[in-house]
Each structure stands twice: as structure tokens, then as C-alpha cells.
Design a protein around this ligand. Structure first.
Ligand SMILES: NC(=O)c1ccc[n+]([C@@H]2O[C@H](COP(=O)([O-])OP(=O)(O)OC[C@H]3O[C@@H](n4cnc5c(N)ncnc54)[C@H](OP(=O)(O)O)[C@@H]3O)[C@@H](O)[C@H]2O)c1
Length: 330
């Protein structure tokens, strides 16, 4: 049976087997909303947290936070988009794993003609995340050319974008990854140094690479497994930028340990604070689009799945089998 609007939904939080297709009616956009028809949807680790229950959601709920397509209709008060526009977004509420949806307009931006729907769907959430981390999540004195930063999971979706962007900014990004092949990929994409953190002690290697000084920032989305050692990679006054929990949520810690390790700073950052307004979203997207248009950042769509196989895409992401970006095709 062909569904008018195939949508991946969960009725309770748990494993990938709970993800199933439903036919969801799409209405007309209200004030501040648009209706969009997707050409491609992005897969992100946050979708795993929404599915598994790490981030609670009211049930039932559709999944997905990122997509690209064509605007079909706009509601009252929406002036930056019109029917027929190519557009892309990273946005709440979850519900992007579908053919068409009505959603808030504030995080939807026009997609430049030079950027394909697949690239647009792959890059919005991950690219805007790399943007706010490398541009705005900085130590007190900022980052200068030549500075060392440590980036975990450097061959992943956000990671490969960050490697290239850091190189374009003149930073020396030390990337960690879970296999030698992934390390090679991160290096090809701009990591100055790479560490296979499944086989090497990454804190010892960071000390060696930086001549014992440590890095100015650790960008850590792995969470539980990397937290303690990451603090040991920082130089005095360094910044621990925690932004994810792929290995599990970071347990509570004693602030006193930050003093003992060199008056460190810690932030737990999230994209959604940065894209709280339409103006901020557009400014960040313009910065991302300019790096992509100039070729300094290439978006690697390494895996494609039909929308109906979204559960398999989740399994592969969680099993650390993917590199770069993954998209779902409705
Ligand atoms: N706070 C924010 O604003 C924000 C926004 C976007 C993304 N994020 C976070 O950034 C991270 C990357 O997101 P992404 O969508 O681009 O995913 P991804 O990096 O493509 O996939 C996650 C990667 O984490 C690594 N990893 C380490 N330990 C793991 C474990 N126990 N289980 C699963 N993976 C593990 C794996 O790489 P290796 O095999 O190389 O270790 C895996 O490929 C996620 O943690 C995500 O939640 C945060």
C-alpha cells in the first residue's frame, strides 16, 4: 500500500525495532509555520537519544530533526519563505523523517541553488553545530591560527565537517576516531593529527603532540567514555566543550577537580540555544553556506537509506559503522 505521507513514528521509547511507518495527514500551516515537501532527511545522533529515551519525548512522536525540500505553503507572518522555495532546516520539534510536514518557519532557511537537497539535508544540523562550536564556543582568549584543539569522533557527521572547518581557520585539530580507517578519513579531511582511541591512550598522545602543554579546547560529543581523560588533555584555563553523549551521559562530577586540573572551564552546549531566533539561524546558515560554497568544507554523504529503512540506519549509527553524514530518502 502506498502511503500519502509516510512518516517514521515511535509509540514508546526504546530500540530501533519500535520505529514504524505511519500515514500522517498534513494540514495547512498556521501563523509562523510552513508546509514543506522533503526530498531528503538527515540522520543525527540526537534522533537516537529521542528514540531510546535519553531525551524524553511525549508519545507517540515522529522522529527526525533535519531535512531539505520545497516549501509548499506558508502561514501568516512568514515573510522569509514562499511556496516554491528550495529550503533546508535543523529544527525542533522532531518529525523530519517524513515526506511532508507542517512546522515552525523560524529555523527553515532558503537553500542556495548550488547546494543539492541531499547535501542540504545532511549538513544543516551537523554543519550549524560545527559552526557554533568552532566560531562561538571558545576559550576566554579565543582561538588563534596554530592553536591545538581536540575533537572526538572526528570521522563522524559533525566530526568530518569540523576537521575541514578547523583547517580552514588555521587550527591544528587533533581528531580521535574508533578505527585506523576512520583516522585516515579524518586526516584526509583536515585533522592535523589523529588518534585511534580504541587502541591508543589519547591523553598521553595529546600531551606528546602538544609538547606537554595540552589543548585550548576539547570538543567532546562522546560523553561518558571520554570525559575524565579529556579534562587531562586541557592546558590551564582550557575549555571543556561537552556537546553529546554517544557513549552515555556524563555522570555528575566535582567542580573542585576543575581547579586541580588548571582552573578549567566547562560548558554543555546545545545547538538549540544558538538557533533560538530566525536572525541567529540565518547568520549561522550564511556562514556555513559560504564555507560549503567555497569548497573549504565538503559534505560527505556516505550512507543513504530509503526512509522505510530508518531503523537500520539507527542500528548502523549506534554500532559505529557509519562515517560522515547519512541521509534518508522519502
Ligand atoms: N549539542 C549539540 O548541539 C549537538 C548537535 C549535533 C550533534 N551533537 C552530538 O555530536 C555527536 C555527533 O553527532 P553525529 O550525528 O555527527 O554522529 P556521528 O559522529 O556520526 O556518530 C557518533 C560517533 O560517536 C562515536 N562513538 C564513540 N563511542 C560511541 C559509542 N559507545 N556508541 C556509539 N558511538 C560512539 C563513533 O565514532 P568512532 O567509532 O570514531 O568512535 C560514532 O560514529 C553526537 O554525540 C551528537 O549527539 C550535539
Amino acid at each position: 500500500m502506498t502511503l500519502a505521507n509516510p512518516t517514521i513514528q515511535i509509540d514508546s521509547q526504546g530500540g530501533p525495532e519500535l520505529m514504524h511507518l505511519v500515514d500522517r495527514p498534513v494540514g495547512e500551516p498556521g501563523a509562523g509555520e510552513i508546509r514543506i515537501r522533503h526530498h531528503a532527511c538527515g540522520l543525527n545522533y540526537i534522533d537516537v537519544y529521542h528514540r531510546s529515551g535519553v531525551y524524553p519525548l511525549p508519545m507517540p512522536h515522529a522522529l527526525g530533526m533535519e531535512a531539505a525540500g520545497v516549501v509548499e505553503a506558508v502561514g501568516e507572518g512568514v515573510t522569509h519563505l514562499k511556496a516554491g522555495d528550495r529550503a533546508a532546516y535543523a529544527s525542533n520539534p522532531p518529525g523530519a523523517y517524513c515526506l511532508a510536514r507542517v512546522m515552525p518557519a523560524k529555523n527553515v532557511v532558503k537553500l542556495p541553488d548550488a547546494i543539492s537537497f541531499e547535501t542540504g539535508a545532511a549538513m544543516m544540523l551537523k554543519g550549524l553545530t560545527a559552526q557554533y562550536l568552532l566560531r562561538k564556543t571558545l576559550p576566554a582568549e579565543g582561538l588563534q591560527k596554530g592553536d591545538f584543539v581536540l575533537w572526538h569522533a572526528a570521522a563522524g557527521g559533525v566530526g568530518l565537517i569540523a576537521c575541514q572547518w578547523a583547517r580552514a581557520l588555521g587550527l591544528q585539530l587533533i581528531g580521535t576516531a574508533g578505527s585506523d580507517e576512520k583516522c585516515a578519513l579524518a586526516k584526509e579531511n583536515g585533522a592535523a593529527f589523529v588518534i585511534n582511541y580504541r587502541t591508543e591512550d589519547f591523553a598521553a598522545r595529546v600531551k606528546e603532540i602538544t609538547g606537554g602543554k595540552g589543548v585550548k579546547v576539547v570538543y567532546d560529543s562522546v560523553g561518558k567514555d571520554t570525559w575524565d581523560k579529556s579534562l587531562d588533555c586541557l592546558r590551564p584555563f582550557g575549555l571543556m566543550a561537552s556537546f553529546g553523549n554517544a557513549s552515555g551521559v556524563v555522570p555528575p562530577f566535582a567542580p573542585g577537580s576543575l581547579g586541580a586540573k588548571g582552573s578549567l572551564y566547562v560548558t554543555r552546549a546545545t545547538l538549540f540555544t544558538h538557533i533560538a531566533t530566525r536572525e541567529a539561524t540565518q547568520a549561522m546558515a550564511d556562514d556555513l553556506f559560504s564555507f560549503v560554497a567555497s569548497g573549504q568544507v565538503k559534505i560527505h554523504v556516505e550512507q543513504r537509506f530509503p526512509l522505510a529503512e530508518a531503523a537500520q540506519a539507527h542500528r548502523e549509527l549506534e554500532a559505529r559503522k557509519t562515517t560522515g553524514c547519512t541521509i534518508l530518502l522519502p
